[in-house]
Unconditional design. Structure first.
Length: 121
């Protein structure tokens, strides 16, 4: 009796492996055939995104401006502003990421709730 149960389990495992491999071989999404939101199909963790659609060498501008004024014979007042701007920086988009600042402020991140509520925290 136990041998039949094990044989059935081995056949089921082999069929599941075949189905799993055939989905990837066909280029279909990894969760095709599974109901949306099913707990058996986790989302990918993240992906690299390039602002222009292609990888370009990132570069940075750094700038500063300052004013200094002598006050009396031994004192001074100084005000400085320093800034940096990055161009063509790749970034990561987490597929279950979300933000709570305002709707549309950090697109493509949705506002207030993640896509998959199981990972809300």
């Amino acid at each position: 009796m136990g041998g039949v149960g094990i044989a059935d389990a081995m056949i089921a495992v082999a069929e599941a492996e075949h189905d799993f491999q055939s989905v990837f071989a066909s280029g279909a999404p990894p969760c095709s055939g599974i109901q949306p939101g099913a707990p058996t199909c986790p989302l990918a963790v993240n992906m690299n995104t390039f602002p222009t659609g292609t990888l370009k060498t990132p570069y940075y501008y750094q700038f500063s401006v300052g004013v200094e004024r002598q006050t009396g014979s031994h004192g001074s007042i100084k005000a400085d502003y320093v800034g940096t701007v990055g161009m063509h920086e790749p970034f990561q988009v987490e597929l279950n990421g979300y933000q709570t600042v305002c709707a549309g402020c950090f697109a493509p991140y949705p506002y207030a709730r993640p896509v998959d509520q199981r990972f809300a925290a």
